[in-house]
Design a binder for this molecule. Sequence first.
Ligand SMILES: Nc1ncnc2c1ncn2[C@@H]1O[C@H](COP(=O)(O)OP(=O)(O)OP(=O)(O)O)[C@@H](O)[C@H]1O
Ligand SMILES: [Mg+2]
Length: 515
Amino acid sequence: MADDTSIFIGASRKPDDSYQRAENLLLQYGNRHGLVTGATGTGKTVSLQILAEGFSNAGVPVFCADIKGDLSGIAMMGTAQDFLVKRAEQVKLDPYDFQEFPVIFWDLFGEQGHPIRATISEMGPLLLSRLMNLTDAQEGIMNIAFRIADEEGLLLLDMKDLQALLANIAERAEEISARYGNVTKPSVGAIQRTLLVLEQQGAANFFGEPALRIADIMRTTRDGRGAISVLAADKLMMNPRLYATFLLWLMSELFEELPEVGDPDKPKLVFFFDEAHLLFDEAPKVLIDRVEQVVRLIRSKGVGVYFVTQNPLDIPEKVLAQLGNRVQHALRAYTPREQQAVRTAAETFRPNPDFDCATAITQLATGEALVSTLEAKGIPSMVQRTLIRPPSSRLGPITPAERQKLIGESPVTGQYDQVIDRESAFEMLQKKAKEAQDAEAQAQQAGTGGSRWTIPGFGNDDPAPQSGGRRAPAPRPSNRQTVAEAAIKSVVRSVGSSVGRAIVRGILGSLSRGR
Ligand SMILES: Nc1ncnc2c1ncn2[C@@H]1O[C@H](COP(=O)(O)OP(=O)(O)OP(=O)(O)O)[C@@H](O)[C@H]1O
Ligand SMILES: [Mg+2]
C-alpha cells in the first residue's frame, strides 16, 4: 500500500479477474509527467481526483482545471456510498477514510473563485497572437508593438494599454515602418478590431493587476498538505483559446520563475491539464514545438504536468513520449480514427503477456484503467489492468453556498479581489498626447518656437528654431517627443523591474526575438 514515497492508485487484476496487487505512483517520478485518457464517462475525472488527493496528502500543491464543475467536490468530505465502499473493498483500501482537501478556487471571470489575472506584457506577443488567432503578418506587428513598448518604457498591463499602444502605432505607422518593416494603418486596425472582439468575450477581466503570484498556487497547509488550486473552467471553456492560452501562460510562468531542482523526492507542483486537446488544436507548429520544450524542461523545476484528454491521438507524439505515468481508461473502437487511437494507446505501453492491450482497452469497465507508472530507474512498469481506488473526498460538485464559504475562508482572500489600475501605457500615452497638444497650443499662443521646451542635454537644445526669426512655426515634433520621452524614462526607472522582465521574456513569450 502507499506510504510517504508513493500514491495509491488502485489494484491490478489477475487474468481471472481476482486481486493481484496494489498499484502506486512513485512520488519521486511524479515530475515525469502523466496522461489520463478515456472516452466520456469512463472515469477520467475521478482518476484525476484521486491523484490530486494523493499529491496533496504528500504535501505537493496541485493546480487543476475543473471543466464541468464536478471536480469541486474535492474540497468536501466524501460519504460512504455503497458503490464506493464496494470499490474500496475490491482494491483492499482499508481503512477507507473520508477527507476534505485544502482547496483554493480560482476563476478568470472572478465568479466561482478568486480572480486570476496576468498582465499583457507577461503574456507576451506569441501567446497573445495565438489567443487572438492573428495571421503571421499581424503577429509580426504584435512583436513590433511589444518591442516598441519595451524600448519606450510603456507598461502593458491591461487591454486598454494594448489598445492605446496599437492606436499610437497606427498614428506613427510611417516612422515605425521605416525602422522595423511593414506596419500599415489598416493592418494595425485589424488587430485592434480582434482585440475588441476578445474584450467582448470577457477576456478583459483576465488582463491587469494584481497579477497571479506563483507562490499562491504553491502553498501548503500547516498540517503539511499541498493546496489544491481548482480553476473554474466551465465558462472558460466557451472560449477554448483563452483557456489554452491561459494554461500555457501559467506553465511558462512556472518554468520561468521556479529554480532548478534536479530530481526531487516529490514534485514541487503538479499541474493537471484537462481537455488537453485544446492546447494543440490548430496550434501552429512553432507553438507545439515550444510546448514540447517547456514540458521537457519544466521537469527539472520539479513540476509534473498531467494531460487529461479523451483521445491519446490529441497529444502530439513528441509530447506523448514524455508522459511517464499513464492511466488509460476505456476507448471505443468503432470508427477508423478510434481504432487508430486504440492501437496507438496500446503500443505505448510496456506489454503484459497476460492480456492483449488493444482488446483490453475496449473492454475496461468504468473506473477501471490500464495503468503503467515509472518504477525503479524511471523505467515504465509493465501495464496492468487496474481498478482505480474511490476518492476520499466528495464525488461530484460542491454547492454554490459551500463554494462561497470556502472562497471567503481561503488564504488569498482580499489579495486579488480588487482590480488595481496603476499608471501604464494607456495613461502614459494619453499624457504624452496631451503634452504634445499643450506644447502646440502654447507655441501658437506665444508665437515663438518650441525652444522654451528645450531640456539641455536631451539632444534638442538645437538653436535651429531661432534661425528662422522670431515667428517660427509650431515646435518640431522631435522636440515634443523628447520632452515626453524624458518624462517616460523617469517613470520607467521607477517601474524598471517589470519592464525589464518584459524585455527578457522567456520561452513562450519571446519567440520572435529568437531566444
Ligand atoms: N475510481 C472510481 N471509483 C468509483 N466510481 C468511479 C470511479 N471512477 C469513475 N466512477 C464512476 O463513474 C462516473 C463517471 O466518471 P468520471 O466523471 O470520472 O468520467 P469522465 O471520464 O471524467 O467523464 P467525462 O468525459 O464525461 O468527463 C463517476 O461519477 C462514478 O460514479
Ligand atoms: Mg470528466
